[in-house]
Each structure stands twice: as structure tokens, then as C-alpha cells.
Design a protein around this ligand. Structure first.
Ligand SMILES: [Zn+2]
Length: 221
């Protein structure tokens, strides 16, 4: 089974820069609980923001994206929401309306933003295969929780993202346990998104998705 990673802020990708859109919650947006692992009770995500959602947008190019990214949540346009709901795909739990309070542009000056909806992907839709992904952690530590794969010290790097398919719940878009923040989609989602030509959505095959938070360490070895 092929999985793909959504690259939220790829460097040097002109098409993405052209429609790159970021957002931030306004300080008035309340925070609820952070999601926890059902087995070890560790936090497995960030504090969840609670509606109503007032946001600030930033654009970097020639137009608004179909998606606007923040940390773990993101905003989608009405077209994205409607297409997703029609698609039969799973993994996005809800779409809440937002109100845009300000818009800052670094690229071209744009008119009023489109209507955006806040959504959040499924957390823990699968576990990554730690060994096959060649995940390296600080001091050679290993996860202490067998479900959420937390407790293993600082995540330093991985060579690829391999999903342990026996643990996959079938979600088409999800954050897998084992590499916090890595947003993974099924091949079905990937094919759908490509066909719909959403702006500023960039993928890489998860099998080719490496990352190194400490590249200077690797360089000296
Ligand atoms: Zn756990």
C-alpha cells in the first residue's frame, strides 16, 4: 500500500509559494484539552482550539490557497470541504466556519479572502513502523508506549515513513503515531486531490519522505 505525505511548507516549490497561505488563531480563541493516548495518557497532539474561530491570514504569492496551514490544524476552502464530503474519503472530523480578522500579504495584494473552514485530521490513524522508517531518537532511546510510541526521547531524524498497515484504521488522512506532525494520506486521497487540482497541496511518497532535525550531526559522521 502506498502512502503519501503532505509537505506543508516545501522549500523551493514555486507552485506552492504562489498560493502559500498560512493562518494563526486570534488570541481570543479559547483552548480546550489536548488529545491523549488511550493507553498511556500521554499527550498525542496540541491543545485543541475551540470554536468560534477567528483567524489571521498571511499570503505569500498570487492568490489564496485551497488550504491554509498552521501547526496541526488547517483551513480549507468551501470547494475543498464540499468535494471532500462528496468523495467518501475519511479522516477529517469536522469543518467549522471561521471569521478572518486580518490578512497580511507578502506577495501580491489580494482582495477579500474566500470563506475558510477549520478542520483537523485524525490523530493516530496508524502507527509508523519504527524500524523500517529508521527513526532515530536522542541517546538511542526507544518509545515506552506501544500504542502512541511516545516516551522515547527527542525525535532526531527518519529516513522514510513506513506505515504499519496492520495498525491502519482506514483513515484517508491522518497523523500517524510515531512521528508527530507528519501528515499522511492514502493513495485514494492522493489521487482525489491530484484530480481536483487543489492549490498549494504538495505530496511526496511517504517512502521517500526523510527528515533530519539535526543535520549537522549527520554531516560530521
Ligand atoms: Zn501511549
Amino acid at each position: 500500500m502506498d502512502f503519501y505525505s503532505i509537505i506543508k511548507k516545501p522549500s523551493g516549490d514555486e507552485l506552492v509559494e504562489k498560493y502559500r497561505t498560512d493562518f494563526e488563531y486570534d488570541d481570543s480563541v479559547a483552548k480546550g484539552e489536548a488529545p491523549r493516548c488511550p493507553r498511556c495518557n500521554s499527550f498525542v497532539g496540541m491543545l485543541e482550539s475551540v470554536p468560534p474561530f477567528q483567524v489571521h491570514l498571511e499570503t505569500w504569492g498570487d492568490g489564496y490557497g485551497d488550504l491554509a496551514f498552521w501547526m496541526s490544524d488547517f483551513l480549507v476552502t468551501l470547494r475543498f470541504r464540499d468535494e471532500f464530503e462528496r468523495s467518501g474519503l475519511s479522516g477529517l472530523q469536522r469543518f467549522d466556519s471561521t471569521e478572518c480578522l486580518s490578512h497580511k500579504h507578502y506577495g501580491r495584494k489580494l482582495g477579500d479572502p474566500p470563506e475558510y473552514f477549520r478542520t483537523i485530521p485524525r490523530i493516530g490513524g496508524a502507527k509508523v513502523d519504527i524500524r523500517a522508517s529508521e527513526i532515530e531518537r536522542g541517546e538511542g532511546k526507544h518509545p515506552t508506549c506501544d500504542l502512541c510510541l511516545s516516551g522515547g526521547g527527542v525525535l532526531k531524524r527518519w529516513k522514510r515513513i513506513v506505515i504499519d498497515e496492520s495498525t491502519w484504521d482506514g483513515s484517508d488522512i491522518f497523523y500517524p503515531y510515531g512521528i508527530p506532525g507528519a501528515l499522511v494520506v492514502s493513495k485514494k486521497f492522493y489521487n482525489w486531490a491530484i484530480a481536483k487540482r487543489f492549490r498549494n497541496l504538495t505530496f511526496r511518497q511517504s517512502a521517500d519522505h526523510a527528515h533530519d532535525f539535526y543535520p549537522w550531526e549527520s554531516a560530521t559522521r
